[in-house]
Design a protein around this ligand. Structure first.
Ligand code: SF4
Length: 369
C-alpha cells in the first residue's frame, strides 16, 4: 500500500522546528542571477546556517501534497528523492561499477545550476550529488553553495580519496548527508580509520558499503567501525550492471546478515527492511526516486533500463512527470521482471510507506528531532 506517513512525519517535525529565518534562508535565486553575483570562494566565514537546514514550510507542504496525490492515485508519479550524476569521471575503477569505463566531458556549470532550479521547483526534497567522483569537479564548491539557496536537502556521495585535498570542513556546511563509499571495490578501506574526523565536520555521515559476494563475512567489522565513530552505514549488495561481472551475494544470506547486524548495532544501518524483504520478491521497485545522468537527461523509469528521456536543463521535470510518455514509462516499470535490486529504486518508497515508517526512520530519529 502506498502511503506517505513517514514523509508526513518528517514534514511535520521540520515544520515545528521552523524558525523566523526561513524566508531568508530559502530564497528564489535563479541560476542566472547566482552566476552573475556569486564569485566569492567557499569559506567558513561566508556560511551562517546550521548543517541540518529547515527548509521553507511551503516546500514541505508542496511535497506532502504531491505525496497525498500519489497516495490517492495509487501511483509513484512524484518523486521526493533525486540522484544527479554531475560528473562522468572517477578516481576509482570499481569492478561492480560501469561509470569509469566511459568517461565523458563535464557539463557546464550553468547547465547544472539550471537543472538544480528545475529539481528545486518539483516534488523532490532530497538531492543527491553523485558521479563518478563529484570532488573532481573544480566548481563543486560553487554548486554546493548554489543548492544552499534552494529548498533541498543535499546528500553527497564520494569515494573519499580526495577528502584530504579539498576543504571538506567548509563543504560539509552545505551538505546535510555525507556518504563516503568505503569498501573493497573502492579500494579505500583505510578510510574507516578516518571516520571520527569525517563525523567531526558536522554533516550526518553514512558510509555506503557495496557488498560483493566474497566479502559478506567482512561486513561486521565495517559496521562496528561505523558504530564506534557515530556514523551510519548504508549496506547494499553489488548489483549486476550492464558490462560488469556478477558479484551479487546470495540474497538470503545477505539479508540475514544485514538484519542480524541491524539488531546488534542499533540505529547504525540505514538499509531499509523493505529493501531487504524485496530482494526475494518478484517485483519491488518504484519510481519514488529519479536519476539524472551526467548529460542532464533524465533516466525514466530507471537507469538499469537505460531509458533516457528529457534534458532537464530545457524541459520541466514536473511537466514531464504529468505526461503520457511518463505514464508509459511507469507502466513499463510495473511490468518489469528483471528484479535488478538497485537500492534506490527498491528502497526509496520505504520513506513514504506506512508499513515501513518506523524501521526506516529509526536510524535518523536523533538527527531529525
Ligand atoms: S526491476 Fe526493472 S524497472 Fe525496476 S529498477 Fe530494475 S530494471 Fe528498472
Amino acid at each position: 500500500m502506498i502511503a506517505f506517513s513517514k514523509l508526513t512525519i518528517i514534514v511535520i517535525a521540520n515544520y515545528l522546528r521552523v524558525s523566523i529565518n526561513f524566508s531568508a534562508r530559502c530564497n528564489t535565486q535563479t541560476a542566472t542571477t547566482f552566476l552573475r553575483h556569486s564569485t566569492s570562494p567557499l569559506t567558513a566565514s561566508t556560511i551562517l546556517e546550521p548543517r541540518m537546514r529547515h527548509l521553507s514550510p511551503s516546500k514541505y507542504i508542496k511535497t506532502a501534497k504531491y505525496a497525498l496525490r500519489d497516495y490517492v492515485a495509487g501511483d509513484y508519479r512524484y518523486p521526493f528523492y533525486c540522484s544527479f550524476k554531475i560528473i562522468q569521471r572517477c578516481d576509482s575503477s570499481c569492478e561492480f561499477c560501469n561509470v569509469w569505463l566511459k568517461p565523458a566531458p563535464d557539463m557546464p556549470t550553468s547547465k547544472i545550476l539550471k537543472i538544480i532550479d528545475n529539481v528545486a521547483d518539483s516534488s523532490v526534497l532530497v538531492l543527491s550529488l553523485e558521479g563518478g567522483e563529484p570532488l573532481m569537479r573544480k566548481d563543486i564548491g560553487e554548486i554546493l553553495q548554489y543548492i544552499r539557496t534552494k529548498p533541498l536537502y543535499v546528500l553527497f556521495t564520494s569515494s573519499g580519496k580526495l577528502f584530504e585535498k579539498r576543504p571538506m570542513k567548509d563543504y560539509c556546511r552545505y551538505i546535510d548527508f555525507l556518504h563516503p563509499s568505503i569498501d573493497e571495490g573502492h579500494d579505500n578501506l583505510d578510510l574507516y580509520e578516518s571516520l571520527p574526523e569525517f563525523v567531526s565536520w558536522g554533516s550526518i555521515v553514512c558510509v555506503q558499503i557495496v557488498v560483493m559476494k566474497e566479502y559478506l563475512p567482512d561486513l561486521e567489522q565495517k559496521i562496528r567501525k561505523c558504530y564506534n565513530a557515530g556514523a551510519k552505514a548504508l549496506v547494499m549488495p553489488a548489483c549486476l550492471l550492464p558490462g560488469t561481472p556478477d558479484f551479487l551475494p546470495e540474497v538470503t544470506a545477505f539479508r540475514n546478515e544485514v538484519m542480524r547486524l541491524k539488531r546488534k548495532y542499533p540505529r547504525t544501518i540505514t538499509t531499509t527492511d523493505k529493501y531487504l524483504r524485496a530482494l526475494t520478491w518478484l517485483h519491488g521497485c518504484t519510481s519514488a526516486s529519479i536519476i539524472i545522468d551526467y548529460d542532464g537527461r533524465l533516466f525514466y523509469p530507471c537507469r538499469t533500463l537505460m531509458g533516457k528521456t528529457i534534458d532537464l536543463s530545457e524541459q520541466s521535470l514536473m511537466g514531464f512527470l504529468d505526461s503520457k510518455e511518463a505514464d508509459q514509462c511507469r507502466e513499463r516499470m510495473r511490468k518489469c521482471e528483471i528484479n535488478c535490486h538497485w537500492y534506490q529504486y527498491f528502497a526509496t518508497d520505504s520513506y513514504v510507506s506506512l508499513g515501513n515508517t518506523v524501521s526506516s526512520l529509526t536510524p535518523y530519529l536523533t538527527d531529525f528531532f
